[in-house]
Design a protein around this ligand. Sequence first.
Ligand SMILES: *Cc1c(COP(=O)(O)O)cnc(C)c1O
Length: 389
Amino acid sequence: MRMAQERIFLSPPHMSGREQLYIDEAFDTNWIAPLGPNVDAFEREIAEYTGSLGAAALSSGTAAIHIALRLLDIGPGDRVFCSSFTFIASANPVLYVGAEPVFIDSEPETWNMSVDALTKAFEDADREGRLPKAVIVVHLYGQSARMKEILALCNRYEVPVIEDAAESLGSTYEGKASGTFGKFGIYSFNGNKIITTSGGGMIVSDDEEALNKARFLATQARDQAPHYQHSVMGYNYRLSNLLAGVGRAQLQVLEERVEARRAVFENYRTAFGELKGIEFMPELPSTRSNRWLTALTLDEEKAGVNISDLLAALAADNIEARPLWKPLHLQPVFAGSRFYPHSGTLCVSERLFQSGICLPSGSSLSAEQQQRVIDSIWRSLEKVANPAR
Ligand SMILES: *Cc1c(COP(=O)(O)O)cnc(C)c1O
């Protein structure tokens, strides 16, 4: 029997070592809670890094999407188009505001929002006289969606875009930061993301007035008055000054984190790229993916194993891997929602979900750890005598 080996995680937090300096400074000046100089600086630094005019720091990426929907005045009776192939947090805020989500399938080239499906959804909505009040476009696993075509379509119908860039901080599309193409972009600093504040989020925009309103809504929507007065419904959604300090130190190493995750991806591709039946998530030309997670699909007939076999083999070796996101139109909580497939015969997100897997991709993954993952996968492939070997 093999000795139990240390666990390898999918995407653990990776501290730079400088976070503590910001936390100590906050303690020394007693700027513990809420807001403070780190929050202002973190907002400025994210705006500068992404090239957006401004940013508002919030308690999570989910909160940022919720605030974006509120800023666009979306409520009961309104429709919101949203990528189907994503984490539930992309669409939960649509339910928070009482609106109706309509889910859009993925396309094979980016695994993100299908322009064909979006076109069809717009045509139907236009005919029904019920255009959506926003489109939430997700950049999954760090790969940018086809923004030029998506924006052209949304502009034609005059519908604002919210970019869910929770997974794509550090990615670019035609040289410009992912998350800065729509009316609003949102980032997440949850513990599993490419940089983390343990929990946190950010909304970016070129509309300073809207960002001020975001800060207002996120601090209980308190009116300017000597007493506590509130004219609209608000939230307690701001990021704490302590966590913003962690974020500032993390942002300084973001480029290194992107390089490290891209190197992890390249190692997997070198190890398995020639193998029949394995396909890695594509990278659209003129984009740079941060390769937040290395994602691939397995064709069971050609590879000889399916993802359940592979997940079980990795789990037995104490390695954390995951299936790809289950499409939201298949989630029980969204049962009955409308869904637009890529084509009449092809539902891309369902196919990806059935055949795809994410491998350990952390920027702190050592060469030895990655070799353990690669060896574990080879062992399960060899068990079925893969014809490529
Ligand atoms: C992580 C994530 C979110 C939510 O971010 P939180 O900060 O965890 O609330 C939203 N969308 C996607 C695609 C994510 O991966």
